[in-house]
Write a protein that binds this ligand. Structure first.
Ligand SMILES: *Cc1c(COP(=O)(O)O)cnc(C)c1O
Length: 386
């Protein structure tokens, strides 16, 4: 049986005609950059997220870059961010000339905590950049309390969290600026690169719009130095077709997460050499398996379903041999990446992230996954530790 990590063909098949009609509409208009299609998309996604301003950009990476630039973050500034995320989170901080200040993550959610951020504050802290990793919100309220006390802006990296909620409020709309990615493998994927910046602050919204298009307003009058962070009309048209399906796709991912939990629990009842244990800060011990834990406050959208196991690499090889796609998000935390060596962090600085990097494994969780495919994943894992 083949169980790919992600199968976008299955999502595409039922909407193919609608997507092709939308693409044709843009081709027939021969209007490819910004314009009416993008404006429509921005209105629709702003209303879905319940946010005042939604600004389509060229990628999630460029969303982060435009957000940092709009806030005026630059040389001499520090930005506090988790050491455990996709590279763009930290890379963008360095690209604007600021210094990323890494902190460890929580062992249960893999998210950065308010306590860790509080401990990393210095007089140079110019922004806080939490990530809603794997589709579950970080403790935004706790982080905002730390930030507001010092009037430090919060940029939410919601690239993996579109539609995620905490206490009924949407990820990416709670801090000062939210950044989303429509990379094809994200929960809402474009047909290429695309991203989004959100804010409820009129002035910040205006600044992000300026940054997106070379700081230009009106045409050929440049108020600030921005970049080309524009979203294509073709991507906006595709996203307009997909957006109305997002809620159902998310529900399917959540159903699959619940099915994994049931299936692992059943398969491990009476198993002699493998048992389920709650997440802890320590590396996963031999004979134990940890499943993702959704906080009671969270509406988790499962961009990834990440388990923790002993002998992760051996298990991964077995899964590959049995036709099951997996991925490691992420094998090396930021503070141990070569490109950040000049920052002077050492191995052992952030033990929770380092342990997670060594023993976490993402399993297939996309909505169209069948119950049989999930059983195959679970039985392959359970059999490996027998
Ligand atoms: C995907 C991702 C990004 C970058 O998005 P792109 O659209 O690929 O540039 C940034 N941060 C996180 C956490 C991501 O997962």
């Amino acid at each position: 049986m083949r169980v790919p990590l992600l199968d976008l063909q299955q999502q595409y098949a039922p909407i193919r005609d609608e997507v092709l009609a939308a693409v044709t509409r843009v081709c027939d208009s021969q209007h490819f950059i910004l314009g009416a299609e993008v404006e429509q998309f921005e209105r629709e996604i702003a209303s879905l997220l319940g946010v005042a301003h939604a600004i389509g950009v060229s990628s999630g990476t460029d969303a982060l870059l435009a957000a940092l630039m709009a806030l005026g973050v630059g040389p001499g500034d520090e930005v506090i961010t988790p050491t455990y995320s996709f590279f763009a989170t930290a890379g963008c901080v360095s690209r604007v000339g600021a210094t990323p200040v890494f902190v460890d993550v929580d062992p249960v959610s893999f998210n950065v905590t308010a306590e860790a951020i509080d401990a990393a504050l210095t007089p140079r802290t110019r922004a806080i950049l939490p990530v809603h990793l794997y589709g579950q919100c970080a403790d935004v309220d706790g982080i905002l309390a730390v930030a507001r006390a010092r009037r430090i802006p919060v940029i939410e990296d919601a690239a993996q969290a579109i539609g995620a909620q905490t206490r009924g409020r949407q990820a990416g709309t709670l801090g000062d600026i939210g950044c989303f990615s429509f990379f094809p493998s994200k929960n809402l994927g474009a047909f290429g690169d695309a991203g989004l910046v959100t804010t409820n602050d009129d002035e910040l919204g205006w600044k992000v719009r300026l940054m997106r298009n070379h700081g230009m307003h009106p045409k050929y009058y440049h108020r600030v130095i921005g970049g080309n962070f524009r979203i294509d009309a073709l991507q906006a048209a595709v996203l307009r077709v997909k957006t109305p399906h997002l809620a159902a796709w998310t529900e399917a991912r959540r159903r699959n997460a619940a099915r994994y939990e049931r299936s692992f629990t059943e398969a491990l009842a009476g198993h002699r050499s493998l048992r389920l244990v709650p997440a802890s800060a320590a590396p996963t011990a031999a004979g134990t398996l940890t499943l993702p834990a959704a906080s009671p406050d969270a509406y988790h959208i499962y961009n990834q379903y990440v388990i923790r196991v002993h002998d992760r690499d051996g298990l991964r090889e077995r899964l590959t041999a049995q036709g099951v796609g997996t991925e490691i998000y992420y094998p090396v935390p930021f503070h141990l990446q070569d490109c950040f060596a000049p920052l002077g962090y050492r191995a052992g600085a952030f033990p929770v992230a380092e342990a997670a990097a060594a023993d976490s494994l993402a399993l297939p969780i996309y909505g169209e996954l069948t119950e049989n495919q999930q059983r195959h994943v679970v039985s392959t894992i359970v059999a490996y530790y027998r």
